[in-house]
Ligand binder design. Sequence first.
Ligand SMILES: [Fe+2]
Ligand SMILES: [Fe+2]
Length: 271
Amino acid sequence: MLGELPMTTATNLCALACAVLQEADPTAKIAAGAAVAEAWRAGTICHIGVCQPPLRPARPAYPELRWPRDMPRRSTSGQRGRTALLHAIAHIELNAVDLAWDLIARFASPDLPRTFYDDWISVAADEGRHFTLLAARLAELQAAYGDLPAHDGLWRAAENTTGDLTARLAVVPMLLEARGLDVTPAMVDKLSNAGDLRSANILQLIYEEEINHVALGRRWFEWSCRRLGVNPVDHWRDLVGKHCKGVLKPPFNHAARSQAGMTTIYYQSDA
Ligand SMILES: [Fe+2]
Ligand SMILES: [Fe+2]
């Protein structure tokens, strides 16, 4: 258990990030991540360190993870439909927690500025809060994370980019999280129309915070492109074509994307 920081055995940020990744229980994982974030902000973690993160983070026995094509058809109406929707988003948020810690542990390097770690630690903490809010809402609906199967596509996308920070930023925040901005407003409307304002409000809060995650991803991607001496738009298109062909499809939420600095020049071929 990592709820209390094992500072004696893991004195550097990377080792602590790896310990979060190796915690299987979602509640303990998020508590551990929050403790690392607090220690980082308080300045008590003095070294970045090095650590080889696991290829896959530890996860609870349930939900059963399936390929997206093997997922059962999701009911879209009534409380069952809403529960399935919230369960699917909770799973995405738990993946997002691990993705943020994996980014830190995997790509840590002495030539990255402290603000890189500040930003991704704060993203990890946000994702943990998102999962916690959804898990609490599922409980109010007499359900729990793990009750339904969940698809494993998100982590598999991350596995394709384990060797390249720029590719990871191109795919995870700038492609997949930006896709979340496209689809979430319709989910908020659907929940509101069904009279489930509590769930709608949670998704709205997540949506607003995710705009910042896309913005941070875009900012660090462009920083990384400057270091490599490549054009960010061309490089992003190359990386997305290589790692996630076919994922970039309209409709796009232009307003939210542009708030995050993901202007159409990135994602529209005729822009
Ligand atoms: Fe999130
Ligand atoms: Fe996020």
